[in-house]
Write a protein that binds this ligand. Structure first.
Ligand code: GTP
Ligand code: MG
Length: 481
């Protein structure tokens, strides 16, 4: 038996950004030809994409860890590193993506609909891109940012227009097999169907899909039989069909009480009340079945159901049923807002990355000022702490964003511990406000006076202006990807 997997936990890792390169152009007789370190490449994203040829989540059950490729580091000679490749994971139509807390992140319906589950890290800028009028020869480059790590839960909710519900052995799978080309397993013992079957029906000009779910029995909502778990697969359907067995040999059953019991289980499951329902009385090829069907029909009609007498085995009443279903599906589709074009790409909600917070906290019993914010945290990850110039550049960036000022306001003093980032991966250092605040006064980083040439006054003025523009631009997180 093939395993049907309709819920998996998936661990995805986007690619890391490649590191930027710090390099100085060398030519004969021109030993300091300027910075020429290229940028690192972007890390690949992990993208979930609906592929209609995929029907289960089985692959992810077997290998739940997936990773996109990393960006390549930049190189000298202004060579940028290659971007990492996106990892595209095909999922069945109707896959719901949830976080571990059960919040829905995306509902993937329609071929090509995609969700970026983990975003690749930015590549680090090389020293060529970091050079500016103020900082002609930076001796450092930015590190690539690690790619996102995400744990998501994938749940499959079959996308079918019509769902068949009923007792075991009522003939649900038999009906699918005669209404469509699908060939589900059919047998005379209960719970033949262990996973939903899906078939495509053509009725005139309407084409619709029909699915069954494993049989329901009294107490399914308490987990009896296969429980209500599989009703998840009928949640998206627009029409519910009660398949009632008119020829059951069980003495305590009849179509009317079967219907009541299944309705009660549906009610317990919830969320299906608004779906139009019709009743199919199956097995009318059996003489007693035919009699029983005629007997209960008026009752069912009095309850407001449209009733179809059929036989899946003798192929009776099937054409009328399939057209009636096509008609209901057609109406449901017309009532629905027009589906958006496929190939929707859903990205995680953009976070507001402009702000940051400073909060006094405790870390291992000692006071610490914690800085949180998209930018400061990313900047820290981009910093090569073994390179003083890179650390200085980070200090300048933080200072420019106003972190220094906020620390001061929050009461931080020289020597206090400052942590940037979340608990588990924060960078902690002792605050030295004079160095940070004075960073710009202490001399500009990356200015190599050997590269200076005498300039006429007008040139000096133009350079001065360019420098001012530059200093604004570079701290606006100038990153061209
Ligand atoms: N005489 C007669 N037997 C039928 C008819 N439809 C189905 N059956 C028989 O009823 C039994 C159960 O049919 P299935 O289609 O497997 O029933 P099901 O509702 O899918 O059952 P589960 O998957 O167990 O929930 C099989 O032996 C079928 O041959 C019918 O119209 N007439
Ligand atoms: Mg079945």
């Amino acid at each position: 038996m093939t395993t049907f997997v309709d819920r998996v936990e998936l661990h995805v890792a986007a690619g890391n950004g490649g590191h930027g390169c710090a390099s100085v152009h060398r030519e004969k007789f021109k030993p300091l030809g300027g910075p020429d370190g290229g940028n690192g490449g972007r890390g690949g994203d992990v993208i979930l994409t609906v592929d209609q040829s995929v029907t289960t989540l089985l692959d992810y059950h077997h290998s739940p860890h997936r990773k996109a490729t990393n960006g390549k580091p930049g190189e000298g000679g202004n060579r940028s590193g290659k971007d990492g490749l996106d990892l595209v994971l095909p999922v069945p139509d109707g896959t719901v993506v949830l976080d571990k807390q059960g919040n829905v992140l995306a509902d993937l319906v329609g071929h090509g609909t995609s969700f970026v589950a983990a975003q690749g890290g930015r590549g680090g800028l090389g020293n060529a891109a970091l050079a500016s009028a103020r900082r002609k020869a930076p001796g450092f480059a930015l590190l690539g940012v690690p790619g996102d790590l995400q744990d998501v839960v994938l749940e499959l909710k079959t996308v079918a227009d019509v769902a068949l519900v009923g007792y075991p052995s009522a003939g649900k799978s038999s009906l699918i097999s005669v209404l469509s080309a699908a060939k589900p397993k059919i047998a005379d013992y209960p719970f033949t169907t262990l996973v939903p079957n899906l078939g495509v029906v053509t009725a005139g000009s309407t084409v619709y899909t029909i699915a069954d779910v494993p049989g329901l029995i009294p107490g399914a909502s308490q987990g009896r039989g296969l429980g209500l778990e599989f009703l998840r697969h009928v949640e998206r359907c627009s029409v519910l069909v009660h398949v009632l067995d008119t020829a059951t040999l069980e003495s305590d059953r009849d179509p009317l009480s079967d219907l009541d019991i299944i309705e009660e289980e549906l009610r317990q499951y919830g969320g299906l009340d608004d779906r139009p329902r019709i009743v199919v009385l199956n097995k009318t090829d059996v003489p007693d079945g035919k009699d029983l069907a005629e007997m209960v029909r008026p009752d069912l009609e009095a309850r407001g159901y449209r009733v179809y007498e059929v036989s899946a085995v003798a192929h009776l009443g099937l054409r009328e049923l399939s057209f009636a279903l096509g008609d209901l599906v057609g109406r449901a589709r017309a009532a629905k807002p027009k589906e958006e074009a496929t190939r929707i790409v859903i990205r995680p909600r953009a976070v507001d990355d402009s702000g940051f917070t400073v909060t006094p906290e405790e870390l291992d019993g000692a006071p610490v000022f914690r800085v949180r914010g998209e930018k400061p945290e990313r900047w820290v990850r981009q910093t090569d702490f073994s390179n003083d110039e890179a650390v200085g550049y980070l200090a300048d960036r933080l200072n420019r964003l106003g972190v220094e000022q906020e620390l001061m306001k929050a009461g931080a003093r020289n020597g206090d511990a400052v942590a940037i980032g979340a608990e588990d991966d924060a960078v902690v250092f002792d605050w030295e406000p004079t160095v940070m605040a004075g960073a710009e006064m202490l001399g500009r980083r990356g200015e190599d006076h050997r590269l200076e040439e005498p300039r006429p006054a007008a040139q000096r003025r133009r350079d001065k202006q360019a420098e001012r523009d530059e200093s604004q631009r570079e701290f606006d997180d100038f990153e061209p990807f």
